[in-house]
Design a protein. Structure first.
Length: 263
């Protein structure tokens, strides 16, 4: 069976500056991965490349069994859902929440066709699945940031993608909103129809147990990859961040702290 994502010896340069360098990474069927890296690590570039918006300077990429250069990327993108906090601002503020969800059927901002009864039923089902059915008929602008993220995830699922990319989905959320969103993502992953998921973050504690694998990106290179429990260890993360950190595992999540001098 084909890999979900295969990035083989990929490099990317812009204005003579190397952004990604000799990246090798593979996501197999049935795996959900977290992508961890600081600002400037190359995460966004890698995501743009997986979506086919930019092309490798060197190496090759396959997504959902299709090698780039041998597939129409416009068709491939229909099988990829991408949710980011920046997407929130692109939605029409006075749109009804269910209409925002339905717009994901054609990856459009706003509705250009009259929704069918099946569209409304599908939107309601997805909102129920993500714990935000109570927001139906609410104005999008009136929702909290955490509620908007759930609506955007439902929107991404409207087209039944095979790959769902959650790009810093918890950015700007308070503790309770973050935990509610992470719980919804965890429940989503349990669904038989759940897509393969990539969860991109700056924070180890956001990597919930469903993300069994993690790749660490630093300055455009893969620093480490593998099972999350093996990657998110104190000694690995200390080298990764180039500063002493302690990974404290609780509820199958790694919570970081900085050792106090003298302890």
């Amino acid at each position: 069976m084909s890999s979900v994502i295969e990035v083989s010896d990929v490099s990317w340069k812009r204005d003579e500056k190397v952004i990604l360098e000799h990246v090798d990474w593979k996501v197999e069927q049935g795996e959900h991965w977290a992508v961890l890296g600081l600002n400037g690590s190359g995460k966004t570039t890698l995501l743009n490349m997986i979506n086919g918006y930019i092309w490798p300077t060197e190496g090759h990429i396959s997504v959902l069994g299709h090698r780039f250069g041998e597939v129409d990327l416009r068709d491939l993108r229909k099988s990829i859902g991408w949710v980011s906090s920046s997407l929130q601002e692109k939605m029409y503020p006075n749109e009804r929440t269910q209409h925002v969800v339905i717009s994901g059927k054609h990856a459009s901002i706003g509705l250009y066709d009259k929704p069918t009864n099946e569209d409304y039923e599908r939107a309601a089902q997805l909102m129920q699945q993500l714990g935000c059915a109570h927001l139906i008929d609410r104005i999008y602008q009136g929702c909290s940031q955490g509620e908007k993220q759930k609506i955007l995830i439902a929107r991404a699922l409207m087209a039944s993608p095979k790959l769902l990319i959650l790009d810093e989905a918890c950015n700007g959320l308070d503790f309770f909103s973050r935990e509610a969103l992470l719980n919804s993502i965890s429940e989503l992953a349990k669904s038989p129809e759940a897509p393969h998921m990539l969860f991109v973050t700056h924070h180890t504690e956001e990597i919930i147990p469903i993300f069994t694998h993690t790749v660490l990106l630093r300055r455009g290179t893969v620093f480490a990859k593998g099972f999350t429990r093996d990657v998110l260890r104190s000694e690995v993360l200390t080298d990764f961040f180039e500063s002493p950190v302690q990974a404290n595992w609780s509820q199958d999540r790694a919570w970081l702290s900085i050792p106090v001098s003298g302890e």
